[in-house]
Design a protein around this ligand. Structure first.
Ligand SMILES: Cc1cc2nc3c(=O)[nH]c(=O)nc-3n(C[C@H](O)[C@H](O)[C@H](O)COP(=O)(O)OP(=O)(O)OC[C@H]3O[C@@H](n4cnc5c(N)ncnc54)[C@H](O)[C@@H]3O)c2cc1C
Length: 414
């Protein structure tokens, strides 16, 4: 039997988009996931698809916010007790990135990945019958005290320099823009021309069905180890061993462990996040609404309203912090006083995060045939289609006219 061309390990949104792009370039693709594809982190996110989410988390002066983020009422940033030994070196690395020069360089790389996301999703969804899964929207950041310096910060200036249309709205304009928000918010910063998916989980399912219909080989197995013999890669799964010419690791937060089987170590950390999904909210949210003090984004989705976010550093296998459910419910009520929270689902996901907020995409030094596409942190939904396209161009050795140097895994390993 002829060897399959490329095997993608991990069927989150990043693996799914990689597989689609590779398939559409003519390769025979196998996608392996230990569970049902698209039902891990990519299932429960906040659904934002924005060309303007291009700012790394480590920005100049960010360190000054850390005590507030960790100690105030909603604790949008937290560290589980056992995670400190890993978080300290990672956090120092993270803080060292917070210069203006780095911020601008990383914003360029993030812009490359985020800018075409809405169009690429629309291209993938065309003729599936599910085109309405991606909806035009705006991104509204709530502000308790309005002041004129709100648009003067470095982040907003970078966004504007790249073409974002941003303004402050107040009073009646704000109320008619997003009628359900609490009157305690004086203003909102609106970023126009973004989009959101009405169901991140179903978006994955639709794209997986498309992959399958186009002939991809979908397998449910847990890959435990990988190794190479000559030009063939061997993937040892719990059920059986698979052989492949090219292998792509896109297993989100689990990618670090897979790479460790060939002794490659990267500073990837699990940044857990949560959501509550209210199935009978009694309100509609028209935009992606951000409440920075709570560290959450809220929007209406299929099946109700979802309030998602917060950053909790913890080990990949540690159980969710159940107290977060109450916190998210309280935050939801603060943002939307009329919301009905009688029926809610609680969920936790694992963001795969590097200190510089950008993923690794491309080949791995001294490992011919091995490629990576992971580490999309807070932006995996919106970065996935372009990440898959770049990866495909690298594998197919097509010319790449964009600067992708910052996305190379060589920034972490020799
Ligand atoms: C609360 C929250 C809100 C967010 N909001 C947004 C947002 O609004 N917009 C945005 O762009 N991003 C958002 N994100 C980030 C985004 O969800 C992630 O970046 C993205 O889902 C990562 O996708 P992934 O494919 O890399 O990982 P995952 O979705 O986690 O997929 C990894 C897959 O690999 C499989 N796998 C793992 N190990 C193995 C193995 N050994 N063998 C086989 N299969 C394996 C898993 O089963 C899983 O299906 C949010 C994240 C959270 C937590």
């Amino acid at each position: 039997m002829k060897l399959i061309d490329v095997t993608v390990i991990g069927g989150g949104i990043v693996g799914i988009c990689s597989a689609l792009s590779l398939q559409e370039s003519g390769l025979r693709v196998r996608l392996i996931d230990k569970d049902n594809p698209g039902q891990a982190t990519s299932f429960g996110n906040a659904g934002v698809i924005s060309p303007w989410s291009i700012l790394p988390h480590s920005m100049p002066g960010f360190w000054k916010n850390i005590p507030k983020l960790m100690l105030t009422r909603w604790r949008p940033l937290s560290v589980r007790a056992g995670a400190w030994p890993n978080i300290i070196p990672w956090g120092l690395n993270f803080l060292s990135k917070g210069t203006e020069e780095n911020t601008r360089a990383i914003a360029d790389a993030m812009s490359l990945l985020c800018f075409p996301s809405i169009d690429l999703y629309r291209k993938y969804l065309k003729n599936t019958g599910h085109e309405n899964l991606v909806k035009d929207s705006s991104y509204l950041q709530l502000v308790t005290k309005a002041n004129e310096s709100l648009l003067k910060d470095l982040g907003t200036q970078i966004r504007i320099s790249k073409g974002a249309n941003i303004e402050i709205i107040k009073g009646l304009d704000l109320r008619s823009f997003e009628p359900s928000i609490s009157s305690e918010f004086e203003a909102g910063i609106v970023i126009y021309n973004t989009a959101r998916t009405l169901s991140p989980g179903r978006l994955c399912t639709v794209l997986v069905n498309k992959l399958k219909a186009q002939g991809a080989n979908l397998i449910k197995d847990n890959i435990l180890k990988i190794h190479r013999n000559g030009e063939t890669w061997f993937l040892k799964g719990k059920k059986k061993e698979y052989q492949t010419k090219f292998v792509v690791i896109s297993a989100g937060a689990w990618s670090k462990e897979l790479l460790s089987s060939i002794k490659v170590d990267v500073p990837l950390i699990t940044e857990r996040g949560y959501h509550v999904h209210c199935s009978k909210p009694g309100i509609e949210i028209l935009n992606s609404v951000v409440y920075p003090e709570g560290g959450v984004i809220a929007s209406s989705m299929e099946g109700g309203v979802r309030v998602a976010g917060q950053a909790e550093f913890g080990s990949i296998d540690e159980a969710p912090d159940l107290k977060r459910e109450k916190t998210l419910i309280k935050i939801s009520r603060k943002m939307f006083p009329d919301i009905n929270l009688n029926k809610t689902n609680f969920w936790m996901g694992r963001r795969p995060s590097f200190p510089d907020s950008i993923p690794v995409i491309g080949s791995v030094p001294n490992q011919p045939g091995l490629y990576v596409n992971f580490g999309h942190s807070h932006h995996g939904l919106m970065m996935a289609p372009k990440s898959g396209e770049i990866l495909t161009n690298i594998i197919m050795q097509k010319p790449i006219n964009e600067d992708i140097n910052l996305l190379n895994i060589k920034r972490f390993i020799k």
